[in-house]
Design a protein around this ligand. Structure first.
Ligand code: AMP
Length: 202
């Protein structure tokens, strides 16, 4: 199975990505986590990435592609992937499509998780009090939501045009969101062989 999660900050793509990976056997590739690991490793590149993340700005496309491509390539050769937070820009989407074509694979679905902005803000502020990520501060949260609206949301139309967009209401308890995603994905290919009873294309 190969899919991507398209979602504003706070919509629960990390949680859903982990669950879908455990359920399907595909690898959960979380762009933010891989970039945070790179930032933590330090060095010039790490410090540059950390600065973008702390401000809530997107890390430049080329850096993201350099960090993500090996993980995507490896996962494509195994059980597939759940891309969480990648792509986030149109050039990244184009590059991801080119990479998939080079690897001889296609994307089964782009899952768009949506929720009202006040819900997203409240969840991120709750997480801030629990985990304390450097970008979970009120002004940075506002900026990240704006970056999503301006730069990432256009990908919803991009994947709708390609006929693989699945839209799910993320303003529900996590179990209901997972169930909705699974149901919607199962509808995509009712006649194809089922994997782990899921109806996923694999
Ligand atoms: P996330 O963990 O998905 O909320 O991402 C946290 C931060 O990592 C974002 O605010 C960006 O600074 C950076 N980031 C994650 N994914 C991407 C991406 N695909 N392109 C650019 N920056 C990204």
């Amino acid at each position: 199975m190969r899919l991507l999660l398209l979602a504003p900050p706070g919509a629960g793509k990390g949680t859903q990505g982990e669950r879908l990976a455990a359920w399907s056997g595909a690898r959960h590739i979380a762009a933010g986590d891989l970039l945070r690991a790179e930032a933590k490793a330090g060095g010039l590149l790490g410090r540059e990435i950390a600065a973008y993340q702390a401000r809530g700005d997107l890390v430049p496309d080329q850096i993201v592609l350099d960090v993500l491509t090996p993980a995507v390539t490896e996962a494509a050769a195994r059980g597939g992937y759940i891309l969480d937070g990648f792509p986030r820009t149109l050039p990244q989407a184009t590059a991801a499509a080119e990479l998939a074509a080079r690897l001889g694979v296609t994307l089964d679905a782009a899952v768009y998780l949506h929720a009202p902005e006040p819900v997203l803000t409240r969840r991120l502020l709750d997480r801030a009090s629990q985990i304390g990520r450097s970008d979970d501060k009120a002004d940075v949260i506002r900026h990240r939501l704006q970056v999503f609206a301006e730069t990432t949301r256009p990908l919803v139309a991009y994947y709708a045009e390609r006929g693989i967009l699945v839209t799910v209401d993320a303003d529900q308890p996590p179990d209901s969101v997972t169930a909705d995603i699974q149901a919607r994905l199962s509808e995509l290919s009712p006649t194809r062989p089922r994997r782990h009873g899921s109806g996923f294309r694999s």
